[in-house]
Ligand binder design. Structure first.
Ligand code: FPP
Length: 253
C-alpha cells in the first residue's frame, strides 16, 4: 500500500452537522447533539487503537455561546455525562485528558469533574485527548501574547515564546484536521497549531460518522505528500526549518 503513517500523530476534528442531521429526521437540534456525543466515545477508542499520540475535539466554540440557551445547556450536560461515563475507561487506557477554553460558565460540578480527571491523568503516557470547550483560536493566541507581555515587558515575542504560552504549552502541531458535515471551513479552531495540517472535509454529518470512515481518513493521510513549503516530500517540518537556516547562513557567508 505504501502508506507512511509514522508522521500521523495529532488529529483534530470539527464535529459538525449534528443539527442538520437531526433536522433531516424531523427531530430537534438537541437530539442531534445527543446522538453526536455517543459517537465521540467510539472515535476516541479508534484513535487510541490506531496509535495516535493526540486527538483534539472541537466540542463548543466561543461562537456557540450565541445559540439558544436550551441548546447551550444540553451541550454542557453532554460534557458532564461524557466525563462520568468515560472516566474509568480513560484511566484504564492511560489517556491524558485536558479541556482547553473558557469553562468558567460551566456548572461547578462539571468543572470539578474536569479538574479531577485532568489531575488524575496528567502523567499518563497514552493518547492525549483534548476537548476544546468555550474555545476560540484567536482568543488562545491573544491570551498567549498578553500573558507573555505581562511576564516579559518590552521583549519581542518569538514563535517559541508563543508556543510556550498556548493553552497547552508546546502542544504538538496538528497533522490532520478533519471536519464532518460538508462545510469547508476552519472556524477559529487551532489556527496556530494547524498551520501545516492536512485538511480533510467529509460530507458525513457527525452523528453518522463511523470508526470505519475515521480509519479510512487516517489511512488516506499516508498517501498525502507533505512538503512544508519545500521540495522534498520526505522532509519533516523540523528538517525543513533546519535546511532553511543552513541555506540562509550560507548565502550570508
Ligand atoms: C456542531 O453541530 C457541533 C457542535 C456545536 C457541538 C459538537 C458537540 C458534540 C458532538 C456533542 C457534545 C459532546 C460532548 C462529549 C461534549 P451543529 O449543531 O452546528 O450542526 P449543524 O451545522 O448541522 O447545525
Amino acid at each position: 500500500m505504501g502508506l507512511d503513517l509514522q508522521n500521523l500523530k495529532h488529529v483534530a476534528i470539527i464535529m459538525d452537522g449534528n443539527g442538520r442531521w437531526a433536522g433531516l429526521r424531523s427531530h430537534s437540534r438537541v437530539w442531534g447533539h445527543i446522538r453526536g456525543s455517543d459517537i465521540v466515545s467510539s472515535i476516541v477508542e479508534e484513535a487510541d487503537e490506531f496509535g495516535l499520540k493526540a486527538l483534539t475535539l472541537y466540542a463548543f466554540s466561543t461562537e456557540n455561546w450565541s445559540r439558544p440557551l436550551t441548546e447551550v445547556k444540553v451541550l454542557f450536560k453532554l460534557l458532564k455525562k461524557f466525563l462520568n461515563r468515560e472516566r474509568e475507561r480513560i484511566l484504564k487506557n492511560k489517556i491524558k485528558f485536558k479541556v482547553i477554553g473558557d469553562v468558567s460558565e460551566l456548572p461547578l460540578k462539571t468543572k470539578q469533574l474536569i479538574k479531577d480527571l485532568e489531575r488524575d491523568t496528567r502523567n499518563m503516557e497514552g493518547l492525549e485527548l483534548t476537548f476544546c470547550f468555550g474555545y476560540g483560536a484567536r482568543k488562545e493566541i491573544i491570551d498567549g501574547v498578553n500573558q507573555f507581555i505581562k511576564q516579559n515587558p518590552g521583549k519581542e515575542i518569538t514563535e517559541n515564546d508563543l508556543n510556550d504560552h498556548l493553552y497547552i504549552p508546546k502542544m504538538r502541531d496538528v497533522d490532520l484536521l478533519i471536519r464532518t458535515g460538508g462545510d469547508q471551513r476552519i472556524s477559529n479552531f487551532l489556527l496556530w497549531q494547524a498551520a501545516y495540517a492536512e485538511l480533510y472535509f467529509t460530507p458525513t454529518k457527525w452523528p453518522e460518522f463511523t470508526r470505519l470512515e475515521f480509519r479510512e481518513i487516517l489511512e488516506d493521510f499516508g498517501n498525502r505528500e507533505r512538503r512544508f513549503g519545500q521540495v522534498r516530500a520526505s522532509q519533516s517540518l523540523m528538517e525543513s526549518i533546519e535546511q532553511a537556516q543552513k541555506n540562509k547562513s550560507q548565502l550570508r557567508n
